[in-house]
Design a binder for this molecule. Structure first.
Ligand code: NDP
Length: 277
């Protein structure tokens, strides 16, 4: 019996945890699936997807740097993908290719369910306005924060995001110097959605952004204490998290979309968690 075929596409792809996550979901829910990791050459995304579909593939997860290529490839877009301008999961049917984006809902599920933090009535700071941040803005606003402050090095990109989503909730878009100048006060949740940590860099924020009982969330995962998490810890922040929960939760959403069954995420998150101390 042939198994249903799924895969993750990225470049590089050697460190991906997606096959492990999906195969553990499949085992737990009794599903017979095949899940591969495919490295597409830069500029060669659509050829790789064409081939995967010809071979009977049913769905893909998409990681950096192909989320915009995936967006362009789809014939149908779910609202979250359309608004994010990026696709992180695809479903293939005979006559159509549907694109979804589960990054934002994965992050909010991790924050609200696994970490037990309400965003309703809280002040939230989102650092970064790149691919990951774009997918996070709407799911954050849907949680009902009193204010969402988007901070980005290239201020125009933050402002663009702010304009695009302003009808969905209270957004302020600024740069780092304005964050320091304007005395915007302390935040209940500070999310680092920049890629600074990948190069051991720190977005220029002061320890004063972290409020009492703040949660500091780093999207990068598996790297232990990043400069951002270290700053938060040194500022006295007790709740630190990295993006492993987000990764597993977005995978779970894709699994439900493809297979119609919801896997348990707790055991998989535990298996992949690298201690932050
Ligand atoms: P992008 O390249 O699309 O965006 C990068 C962002 O980081 C931009 O806003 C950029 O600002 C900012 N930035 C980069 N370096 C610095 C710096 N030194 N100081 C301040 N800002 C900086 O990246 P992605 O959005 O795709 O990814 C961001 C992070 O999220 C990565 O670490 C990635 O690993 C992680 N991620 C985690 C996921 C998970 O499931 N846990 C899912 C997706 C991403 P500017 O616009 O000015 O260039």
């Amino acid at each position: 019996l042939m198994s249903d075929k799924y895969a993750v596409v990225g470049n590089p792809i050697d460190h991906t945890k997606s096959p492990l996550i999906h195969l553990s979901f499949a085992k737990e829910t009794g599903q017979n699936i095949d899940y591969a990791a495919i490295e597409a050459p830069i500029g060669g995304f659509s050829e790789v997807v064409d081939k995967f579909r010809r071979e009977g593939g049913l769905g893909l997860n998409i990681t950096a740097p192909f989320k915009l290529d995936a967006f362009a490839y789809c014939t149908d877009l779910k609202e979250r993908a359309r608004l994010a301008g990026a696709v992180n999961a695809m479903k293939f049917e005979v006559d159509r290719v549907t694109g979804e984006n589960f990054d934002g809902v994965g992050l909010t599920n991790d924050i609200t369910r696994n970490l037990g933090r309400l965003m309703k009535g809280r002040r939230v700071a989102l650092l970064g306005a790149g691919g990951a941040a774009r997918g996070v803005v709407l799911p954050f606003l849907e949680q009902g924060p009193t204010e969402l402050v988007i901070v980005n090095r290239t201020v125009t990109k933050a402002e663009e995001l702010g304009r695009q989503f302003k009808q969905y909730g209270p957004i302020t878009a600024i740069g780092y110097s304005a964050l320091a100048d304007k005395k915007l006060g302390r935040f209940d949740l500070v999310v680092n959605a920049t890629s600074a940590s990948l190069r051991g860099e720190l977005p220029p924020i002061s320890p004063e952004v972290f409020g009492d009982d703040c949660l500091a969330y780093e999207l990068l995962y598996g790297k232990g204490l990043t400069p951002f998490l270290r700053l938060a810890r040194n500022a006295g922040v007790k709740r630190l998290a990295d993006g492993v929960g987000m990764l597993v939760e977005q995978a779970a959403e894709a699994f439900v979309w493809w297979r119609g069954l919801r896997p348990d995420t707790g055991t998989t998150i535990k298996k992949l968690t690298v201690p932050l101390e």
